[in-house]
Ligand binder design. Structure first.
Ligand code: 2P0
Length: 388
């Protein structure tokens, strides 16, 4: 019997992945760049176990037994076994997989990224795979290839039609820009209506604007973003982040039928960010949105108290304290001055527009744990629902 447990982070892209040049191999139409989010609040955790005694492969995901035949899961398993360095007979042992997420699944919060990165990192250690594993994670979910490492990460689209040169690489470690903070605003933690996979397929089929983005915008923008990160130039970083988020959501609207992920509150948060930057006559905060309504704000540590103070003023927290509202790093917010409030020219919302917020920072890649989610018989240590 052999067992490994791994914990892996999610990542939030600042140059977005939207579009595949090969659906089956999950090869993207453009490079993307992301920031790995510290694992204190948000992570996936996965135990993988093989044993000669197991009669069948099984998987449990978030306390529910799921179908092991899921094609993307099989992609990962097959890629791992191709590169396995275990003695031959052990590759035929049946596998048990148990995975949990510490945050909402499929709500546009990079849960598939953390999940497949974690599965890949766990399997890679179990099967003694050597070398880069980002392309294996990519075969599970595109954005997962950016979560097998920490810090600032670039996923190269590559040009090989089999995907040999489509992998992720660290631009800089988390220690490079330790003052950078991510404030995640959970507007709605429910599952999104249109998955990213379907949304980007539809955009590839129908959006002319996406073709323009791929050919004329991202190549130059990705290089500029990499430079801004290396030079820690927040102003350029922030402007490119916001423009790139706006562009993929414009592509989503140009898609037919359109995919809408942002809602009124998402747009209102973006308006707030621009009002704030205007009021302080600088670029202090950036927003970005994935395939869902939740916002991620990037900003420097020193600006957090003032920005959270202003956010709390215009988007007051819920009046009942049934959920923990402010999660992650503890920040003492500062009340906005009358002068700032007047300059902001922004409408105050009724309380409780956000479900909760998570304050986090740039984090490191996957880590291995000594405690496992499965017992010696390869069965979860917690109660679970049977597969439907
Ligand atoms: C990103 N997203 O760069 C972009 C921005 C969503 C919006 O990567 O089909 O779940 O599994 O490769 O990885 C979400 O896409 O899609 C995503 P698949 P994935 O973070």
């Amino acid at each position: 019997m052999s067992v490994i447990t791994c914990r892996a982070p999610c990542n939030i892209a600042v140059i977005k992945y939207w579009g595949k040049r090969d659906e089956a191999l999950i090869l993207p139409t453009n490079d993307s760049i992301s920031i790995t989010i510290d694992m204190r609040e948000m992570y996936a955790e996965t135990t993988v176990m093989i044993s000669q005694d197991f009669k069948e492969d099984r998987i449990w995901l978030n306390k529910k037994e799921e179908d092991i035949k899921n094609p993307r899961l099989q992609n990962c398993l097959n890629e791992i076994k191709k590169r396995s360095n275990l003695p031959g007979h052990m590759n035929d042992w049946k596998v048990r997989i148990c995975s949990i997420n510490s945050f909402p699944t499929a709500a546009g919060l990079a849960s598939s990224a953390a999940g497949y990165a974690c599965l890949t990192a766990a399997l890679a250690k179990l099967y003694k795979v050597e070398g880069d594993i980002s392309s294996i994670a990519r075969s599970g979910s595109g954005s997962a290839c950016r979560s097998v490492m920490g810090g600032f990460v670039r996923w190269y689209m590559g040009s090989d039609k089999h995907g040999a040169d489509s992998f992720a690489k660290e631009i800089a470690p988390s220690s490079h820009w330790p003052e950078l903070r991510a404030l995640l605003i959970i507007v709605n933690s429910e599952r999104k209506k249109i998955s990213s996979t379907i949304g980007m397929r539809r955009s590839m089929e129908t959006s002319e604007f996406l073709q323009h983005r791929i050919a004329n915008v991202v190549p130059e923008r990705a290089d500029k973003m990499e430079r801004a990160i290396i030079e820690k130039d927040f102003k350029i970083f922030a402007e490119l982040t916001m423009k790139d988020s706006n562009q993929i959501h414009a592509v989503c609207l140009d898609t037919y039928p359109p995919c809408t992920y942002m809602n009124d509150i998402s747009y209102s948060i973006a308006d707030f960010v621009h009002s704030y930057n205007d009021a302080v006559d600088d670029v202090k905060v950036a927003y970005t949105y994935d395939a869902g309504p939740n916002a991620t704000l990037y900003l420097m540590e020193e600006d957090l108290p003032a920005v959270i103070g202003a956010l709390d003023h215009f988007f007051p927290p819920p009046e009942d304290n049934t959920v923990l509202y402010k999660r992650g790093l503890r920040i003492e917010e500062t009340k906005p001055s009358q002068e700032l409030l007047e300059k902001l020219k922004f409408r105050k919302h009724s309380p409780g527009q956000f479900e909760y917020t998570i304050c986090s920072k740039v984090g490191d890649g996957p880590v291995y744990l000594k405690t496992h989610l499965l017992n010696d018989q390869g069965i979860p240590l917690f109660e679970y629902n049977k597969s439907s």
